[in-house]
Design a protein around this ligand. Sequence first.
Ligand SMILES: [Zn+2]
Ligand SMILES: [Zn+2]
Ligand SMILES: [Zn+2]
Length: 284
Amino acid sequence: MTQPTDIRAEHLPTALSLAASGVPVMPLRAGKVPFGNCRRCADNACGGRPNMKSPGPCTCPQPCHGWAAATTETDVINSPTWVRAWRDAAAVAYHPGGAGLTVVDLDNPAAIAWARTSLPATRTVPTTRGEHWLYQGAMQSANAVRPGVDIKSSMQYARWLGPGTGTMAELPDVVRALVVREPRAVRPAAVAVPALAGGGECPHRTPAYLERGIAMAEQHITEAREAVHATVYRTFLAVLSTHGRCGCLTDAHVARLFAAARAKGESPRHCTDAWTNARTRLGL
Ligand SMILES: [Zn+2]
Ligand SMILES: [Zn+2]
Ligand SMILES: [Zn+2]
């Protein structure tokens, strides 16, 4: 059996051969997660790398900023700082979107069974408990689009576990449709909670009806096990489609919904964006 030290020695050559074929690579440390940012890049103080969602000027020589460090530049991959990282690395990762690929990450046998009946056959790579299905074409990434299924493409990394077997198919619409696309706000999202349209009498009359609706929405968000952001957005949409026009929602109600979302890890900005987008979608 191959010893761990031998496996480690393989990382750099593997990374270089992937880079040569146009696949941006980066090292993963123990735990199969990206190396932490260096002190200069901590909390994105450097502004972030140029390829990030909000482009920054960072040219840090360390493998900082997760997926955004992934590169095909041989000089970077072979640099002294990266060579040190490869030496400590537990695995090689790549940026599928940067290689024009999408990885459907199937975490368990149930997810694989679903893929076999729902997705076109393509190249597959065995993982620890599941499989990666690789498609030609990049898309937006999203976690937990279904139980045990993640989409890893743009702005995401995937572990390199070998080339796999089978012929790679074009990215099908059925995979694209797995990612719930929240409509982009037509105007810049306000940072403060937008004031609700007042006027109009609540058609529901009883305060108990409103209270029950808010409590159910809180519970719905609190119980979300995956796809939290999509759940928050859909819940906001449901509350607003019932009470968005009657003016019976107060800032206190909105604050309760935001608090439930915050407790699930959504940022204040995420909450405000989801709320604004839901209002825009409903034409409020
Ligand atoms: Zn750095
Ligand atoms: Zn940086
Ligand atoms: Zn109402």
